[in-house]
Ligand binder design. Structure first.
Ligand code: HPA
Length: 271
């Protein structure tokens, strides 16, 4: 990754009409309905944007969508890049850097995740308060990182306190029960064993998924305030573990998404 590549990606998007978006939004697996609410939208497929990684997984249509939502200019990633597709840490975080270069001032992230905390249920939303990176690498571990910012990025408070507090208040006001907890990320794509779910609980995770943390690390590198929510799609009870059903995970994500959309839209209005 070079500055010049980022500039070329952004020049392409600006030329398409992606004009000074304020907020970037990443939509996770099974979470795509938000894009139907965007007005005056313009789309750019990932595989048309210079230097973007190529989109693969069938669940993701893989595009950036620009437009207005609640009167603010937004850019939405419909589908993201995952390590489990064979991308590296620089690939999966490239779009975050591109959106920042386009001008975003805030980042909202969503994902589908398994519930480790058994007080949580599938269909719940969890605000990510903190995280545990189990992906065995970092999006900042590259040679010319200093050209892009600090190397030893502080992670004492990776999620923006003000946006988190606002989201908690919005959930309360809107009557949406939103949990709060720690998200752990694994590489995947295989799901976890019973022993791994037990371990995740012991080390303090409330939810587990295969994304988000590299993006959050890069947002912190870019001093970009970030807020993230998990849509809990399955319950990871090691003593009563059912075989995974990816269709069900996607279905639960889709059914739960309207709550997430309401939270995000209200947050956009307030910031
Ligand atoms: N593990 C990892 N990733 C996931 C899960 C899970 O149980 N559910 C949804 N994404």
């Amino acid at each position: 990754m070079t500055k010049k590549q980022l500039e070329e990606s952004v020049a392409y998007l600006k030329n398409k009409g992606f004009d000074q978006p304020e907020i970037g939004i990443v939509l996770g697996t099974g979470l795509g309905q938000l894009v139907n609410e965007i007005q005056n939208s313009i789309e750019a497929h990932y595989n048309h944007i210079p230097f973007f990684p190529l989109a693969t997984v069938e669940f993701h249509s893989g595009k950036l969508i620009y437009g207005t939502l609640e009167g603010k200019k937004v850019v939405v990633m419909q589908g993201r890049f995952h390590l489990y597709e064979g991308y590296d840490f620089l690939d999966v975080t490239y779009p975050i850097r591109a959106m920042r270069e386009l001008g975003i001032q805030k980042l909202f992230i969503s994902n589908a995740a398994g519930a480790i905390n058994l007080d949580f249920r599938k269909g719940d939303i969890m605000l990510i308060e903190d995280h545990i990176n189990l992906q065995g690498g970092s999006p900042l571990a590259f040679r010319n990182v200093a050209q892009f910012g600090e190397r030893f990025v502080d992670m004492s408070a990776p999620y923006d306190k003000e946006m988190c507090e606002r989201l908690v208040a919005i959930a309360r006001r809107e009557g949406i029960s939103m949990k709060q907890g720690v998200y752990a990320s694994v590489i995947g794509p295989q799901l976890e064993t019973k022993a791994e779910y037990r371990m995740l609980k012991i080390i303090g995770a409330d939810a587990v998924g295969m994304s988000t943390i590299p993006e959050v690390i890069v947002a912190n590198h870019l001093r970009l305030p970030v807020v993230a929510v998990s849509v809990l799609t399955d319950e990871c009870d090691p003593d009563n573990l059912q075989p995974v059903n990816i269709e069900e995970i996607i279905e639960v994500a889709g059914k739960t998404e309207p709550k997430m959309i309401r939270l995000f839209k209200e947050l956009i209005k307030e910031i």
